[in-house]
Write a protein that binds this ligand. Structure first.
Ligand code: FES
Ligand code: FES
Length: 174
């Protein structure tokens, strides 16, 4: 029986296989970026490494933590689960896009006002999740706020303060 390649060896071989690049036009935070990208490259890697937008964080890299959250067509999505080549014609917003001229978005201001950030690694994704919620539901109740934040895991317990921040925005225009 012939020798079987080891799993490690197989993974190394797979990683070394180069695939043809695809020319992609992405609209992020209102700016158009054109790049040649491997079809298997995630939106998260593209944002961080190709476009220099490091606000979206790499956490689990498997759709469980929400640290990579970006808005796609206005909806909060996990950028680690999306392929960059599939994002053409789909406007993307990252946390950098909420304060384009250094002026904080009301969601960011409310998070600061309510002291709703701790480690900070999760905060960009939480802010974007709240932004998406308030855009579609301007006056959310606690259940809706909790559901909107349920995809953004936080171990330090910032949820009550995030809820307070969202509640304060429910009374104003965002
Ligand atoms: S890094 Fe994308 S969900 Fe955790
Ligand atoms: S804000 Fe990061 S673990 Fe809570």
């Amino acid at each position: 029986m012939p020798d079987q390649p080891s799993t490690t060896h197989a993974h190394e071989e797979l990683a070394s296989v180069s695939t043809p690049l695809r020319h992609v036009r992405l609209t992020v935070n209102g700016e158009v970026y054109e790049r040649d990208i491997e079809p298997r490259r995630t939106l998260l890697d593209t944002l961080r490494d190709d476009l220099g937008l490091t606000g979206a964080k790499l956490g689990c890299d498997m759709g469980q933590c929400g640290a990579c959250t970006a808005l796609v067509d206005g909806e909060a999505m996990y950028a680690c689960l999306l392929l960059a080549v599939e994002m053409e014609d789909r406007p993307i917003t990252t946390i950098e896009g909420l304060a384009p001229n250094g002026e904080l978005d009301p969601v960011q201001a409310a998070i600061i006002e309510h002291d709703a950030l701790q480690c900070g690694f999760c905060t960009p994704g939480q802010a974007l999740a709240l932004k998406a919620l308030l855009a579609r539901t301007p006056h959310p109740n606690d259940e809706e706020i909790d559901r909107a934040l349920s995809g953004n895991l936080c171990r330090c317990g910032a949820y009550p303060k995030l809820r307070a921040a969202a509640r304060s925005l429910a009374r104003s225009e965002v």
